[in-house]
Ligand binder design. Structure first.
Ligand code: ARG
Length: 482
């Protein structure tokens, strides 16, 4: 290969379509449904939810980038007897004002109290069940309480989604399928798949070495799996998906194996296109998901702490930077997000603030810093004069390495799409950042010779462009200055 010619072709191509280098149309006409984040009402968002949220968000962006139509679905956990218990607790010991002020934590506290009190007064359990029955029957009072729980949860989680720059196309959760399960149960009955077991209705999966899939309890209540069957049919009918991906922790491996097998037995049209995109656990450095006090780690606290630490580092490194708060938000949040996208999904993660915020490590701040370095060189150098440029002069080993990394960016993105592994994008942009930094150290950008200066500036601009795009695919922003 003639290095100079290659450099010219690639840099020109990247600059011709900013933000589109490496994109493709391989997904044209195909719809991918992504079920991710899928939070539970009246529960707080903890660090364990980070992976599903960020892997799902990144995959959505990666599929969009490859021409697919995507549907981001937050399959809300908004159904179950616990909500009857919550109403019971709320009526006895809570009120609307307190819950609206105290947020999700106030509801969690009410729920905990219910369990304490129910130990002494078991009759509370019946009251809870009765309230849940009322929700099921669409009773006005019960639904009104439930709507408060839902509203408070969504407001709190909305703030986190805003910080993470995440939007969903659908919030159809478990309760949405209340009136859609019967039709599915009918199909199962028609095909003689539903059998009775101790009064409950199950699908026998002995032939597949799995325990039976429980779909209707003896008291007539439906289950998580029943709702997932209805959701699969609804998604196929509504979106005619090419793939339906579930970004859910590996603890639910059996649930999805059972679900997909039942759907196959039902001859469901999308049965072969369902996929469980599993991921591992996150723990803190002290070895558990909880702090020593036994407390769960809330994502909001992790984000706040990371931003605060990023603020200190920026203060030290660049006290004169404008918008330090904005930069710190972007770096702190980016660092946390990056940590969930660095490894293969299935690996468990041990989270460490120092590690994710290391500006010289394989981290978001390192990549963001490289982008800011590109932006700063371009600010100092003025706009690239493409009429007086000698890109053919980029022939050094360092320059050639940068060009090669730019060329293969799209391959990594497509591999990430194919394997449902954003880490290929994450690793690629770190590699590109490392290569560019080596080039930057060995070659002064702002040399006197105009054609050479413009060539180096053009390369810098192209690299900045690809890095920003790669960060964007991960859901991480790229500040212009750091
Ligand atoms: N809300 C569930 C949980 O927190 C996850 C739901 C995943 N999606 C699904 N369609 N089952 O465990």
């Amino acid at each position: 290969l003639r290095r100079g010619g290659l450099a010219r072709d690639i840099v020109e191509a990247v600059l011709a379509h900013p933000g589109r280098w490496g994109s493709s149309e391989i997904g044209k006409g195909k719809t991918v449904c992504l079920d991710y984040s899928s939070i539970n009402i009246a529960k707080r968002f903890h660090i364990g939810h980070l992976s599903t949220t960020m892997i799902g968000n990144s995959l959505k962006r990666i599929y969009d980038f490859n021409g697919y139509t995507t549907v981001g679905i937050n399959h809300l956990g908004d159904w179950g007897t616990q909500f009857g218990k919550m109403i019971c607790a709320y009526k006895k010991w809570g009120n609307r004002e307190e819950v609206e002020k105290g947020g999700v934590q106030a509801m969690v506290d009410l729920y905990v109290r219910f369990h304490h009190e129910a130990e002494q007064h078991p009759e509370l359990e019946d009251e809870g069940r009765a309230w849940f029955k009322k929700i099921e029957d669409g009773d006005k009072e019960a639904t009104a309480y439930f709507d408060v729980f839902k509203k408070v949860t969504m407001t709190a989680v909305g703030k986190i989604y805003d910080r993470l720059k995440i939007k969903f196309d659908s919030y159809a959760g478990e309760s949405f399928y209340n009136d859609k399960m019967e039709a599915c149960l009918d199909i199962l009955r028609e095909k003689h798949l539903l059998v009775e077991s101790d009064g409950a209705q199950v699908v026998n999966l002995d032939a597949y070495d799995m325990p039976p899939c429980l779909l209707v309890k003896a008291d007539g209540a439906t289950l998580y799996a029943t709702r997932d069957i209805a959701a699969a049919y609804y998604r196929k009918k509504t979106y005619d998906f090419y793939k339906c991906l579930y970004v859910v922790a590996y603890q639910q491996n059996l649930h999805f194996k059972q679900l997909f097998q039942v759907l196959k037995l039902m001859d469901f049209a999308g049965a072969d296109d369902m996929e469980h995109v599993a991921y591992g656990m996150v723990s803190m450095e002290d070895g558990s998901m909880s702090t020593r006090s036994g407390r769960v780690i809330w994502l909001q606290e992790v984000l706040d702490k990371a931003v605060e630490k990023a603020r200190k580092i920026i203060e030290e490194k660049n006290p004169d930077a404008p918008n330090k708060d904005e930069i710190a938000e972007s770096v702190g949040v980016g660092a946390v997000v990056f940590s969930s996208l660095w490894n293969n999904r299935i690996k468990d993660i041990v989270f460490s603030y120092d590690k994710v915020l290391n500006f010289d490590g394989e981290t978001a701040p390192y990549v963001q810093y490289t982008y800011a370095r590109c932006a700063s060189a371009l600010r100092k150098g003025g706009d690239v004069d493409m009429s007086n440029v000698d890109l053919g002069a980029i022939t050094s080993d360092e320059g050639y390495d940068v060009i090669k990394s730019v060329i293969t960016f799209g391959d990594s993105v497509r591999l990430a799409a194919k394997l449902r592994e954003p880490c290929y994008v994450t690793r690629h942009i770190v590699d590109l950042a490392e290569k560019f930094n080596r080039f930057y150290i060995d070659h002064r950008i702002l040399v006197d010779d105009a054609p050479t200066r413009n060539a180096r500036l053009a390369l810098t601009k192209a690299v900045g462009n690809v890095i920003k795009c790669g960060l964007g695919l991960l859901g991480i922003s790229a500040p212009e200055e750091m």
